[in-house]
Design a protein. Sequence first.
Length: 129
Amino acid sequence: MSADHKAALAQGREEGRIVRRYLQALESTRPKRGRKRTADSIKKRLDTIDVKLPDADPLARLHLYEEKQRLEDELSRVGSTVNIAPLQKEFVKVARSYGDRKGISYPAWRAVGVSAPVLQQAKIPRTRS
C-alpha cells in the first residue's frame, strides 16, 4: 500500500469519526416527545420501585430492576449538556468531502437532522450536478 493510499484511508477514518460525533450530538440534543422528566420525578419513581421490589413476584422484580437501571442511567444524564458548537465546526470542515466520497445527498443529511444553515456553511448543494 502506498503512502498516499494510507493517508487517504486515515483521512476517511477521521472524517467518519467527525461526522459520527456530530450526528450523535445532534441526536442526543434532539427534544424527545412527551412530557419532560425531571431529576425529581425520576428519583420519585426510583423510590417507588425500591418500595415495590421486596414484595414483587420474580417476573415483576425482573421488570422493576430493568426499569430501575434505565432510570438510573437517565438520571446520570439529566442536566448534562453537549457543547455542539465545536463538533459543528469540525463537521462543516469535512461534511462536503465526506458526503461527496460516500454519495450522501442533501435530503439524506436533512433527514438525519442536520440543519439547512449548517449544510450551507459546509457548502453542500441542495442538488447534485
